[in-house]
Design a protein. Structure first.
Length: 201
């Protein structure tokens, strides 16, 4: 019985946290961080202010949790597309296309690429990215280099450079640019980094 009670309390706690993150996501996107207050957040989530502060120290902490959740969702889409068994360059291309597609979820580009840097700062946002989208890109590049499909390049700078290119593409697409053109351009850049094919002896 005690186990069931603990489990029930845990489920309720997780449900409250999820409701707050969902409410934060909705309001931070529709109203902006500065214009969203804690009264609106708890009203949207259907919880008390005490519940908000039980789970999050303040509004910024809730915003950070929203960014973390959105980043994890993007990484999940990338990993689903770049499935095991694909050739390394194909996996990178598929993963990149999945990133650009995932970033087209309404409000996501504004939230992750514009607002998050302003609210959290570059260092904190980079740490979040390193656990999610940045990690998937870094792992994909490392796998391609180890397989001999890509030139041996410094992994961290290469990942940062290509990550910046993908972010810029996502911003352009959010502004109305042709997503197909950006995908082709980044694929061309990746092809240029491919290891040269040595002639048969």
């Amino acid at each position: 019985m005690q186990w069931a009670t603990r489990r029930s309390n845990k489920d309720r706690s997780e449900a409250t946290r999820a409701a707050l993150i969902a409410a934060g996501r909705k309001l931070f996107v529709s109203r902006g961080y500065a214009e969203t207050g804690t009264p609106e957040l708890v009203a949207e989530a259907g919880v008390t202010r005490g519940a908000l502060y039980h789970h999050f120290a303040d509004k910024r902490a809730l915003f950070r949790a929203v960014v973390e959740a959105e980043s994890a969702a993007v990484a999940h889409e990338i990993e689903s597309a770049a499935r095991p068994g694909l050739a390394p360059l194909k996996a990178l291309s598929k993963g990149g296309a999945a990133f650009l597609e995932a970033m087209q979820v309404p409000g996501r580009t504004q939230l992750l690429l514009i607002d998050a840097a302003a609210v959290l700062g570059r260092e904190e946002l980079d740490a979040i990215d390193a656990r999610h989208g940045g990690r998937t890109l870094r792992e994909g590049l490392a796998a391609a280099m180890q397989a001999g499909a890509l030139r041996e390049l410094p992994l961290a700078p290469t990942s940062q450079l290509l990550g910046a290119a993908y972010d810029r593409a996502a911003l352009a697409i959010a502004g109305g640019a042709d997503s197909g053109e950006w995908r082709k351009l980044i694929d061309t850049v990746l092809a240029g980094l491919a290891a040269p094919v040595l002639p048969q002896q």
